[in-house]
Design a protein around this ligand. Sequence first.
Ligand code: SF4
Length: 325
Amino acid sequence: MKYHKVWSKSRKELFLACPRWWIIRYGINQGNWDRSTSKKWHSMSDIRPYWDLMLRSSKQTIFERLEDLQMNVEWSQLYTERRIRENLTSKLLQQQKIMSIHEIVGTKNAIDDNLELNNVNVENLLKNAIKRIDALWNTDIIQALINRYHKQWMVFERTEYGSVNGIDLYCGPDIAVKIQNHWHLIRIDMQGKKDSCFEEEEAMAMVSWIRGKYNLPILANKFVIRIIAWRYGFWNQHRFNSSEQKLTQSIHLIESDINQMQIMLSKLGDDNSMSQIPLAKDTSTCRKCALRESCPGGSNLSSGIMQQSVLELAELSQGNSKVTY
Ligand code: SF4
């Protein structure tokens, strides 16, 4: 099966954390790529804990508020809170619809238990969302935009992709601002990991995604990347300078990621057997996974990994005729 070359930081993180989960979410169904069946399949496996839905609605609200700010429309606190509530409610309803399909196929209860979907404290989620958005609005960069210090700036939807060397990159910045002679590409990370080793790879991918578009420069050294990440209850900022050399290195890394993904997908074979697809490296990944019920590592990762090795051996001894589970 040929992998439709798509790269984003979240895909890479999932691929490294659990190839099986990655295969189910992004790998299977390559034949239906870009068709509605593929999107349906993707949303069926994309069940999130409520916390993640809160983060997504906060990001959506930030994006809408920035778009209005560009049009010189500033939101009141009351309106901001109303929009967060509406966005969160709509995401909860959307997920409920998907869960009703899982109810029909009999996987709902297990997902509810794994992701603790039976208890939702909407008010607490909203409180956390408002805290993040209020704090973001007080950062120097957003205040500079509100006070019109910078004349040229843009907001981007991250669903847009850019093609580089035949790879679809989903890694656009959230905001691009011209400050003196440089374009600052800003990425808002709603839940920054403590030590994300892919931050620089993603930062450079952002430059590859944007350079030469929207009348922006082509030269790599005309960009500065700023990651604003929520860590330990605050927005922390991290900067990267860009250079041609760093861009080339990041594209090589991305190409190598795509190769690894292709190799993994080839292990699936034509009959979609999962016996050669590794399970998660750590049980903490399984705790957030909606696929536990159907996974050999779902209830006990170590015994699932052993079971997997036995199946792989069985397959080898049968001369590559695949064992499916
Ligand atoms: S339950 Fe664990 S091992 Fe199984 S797919 Fe989910 S994350 Fe991977």
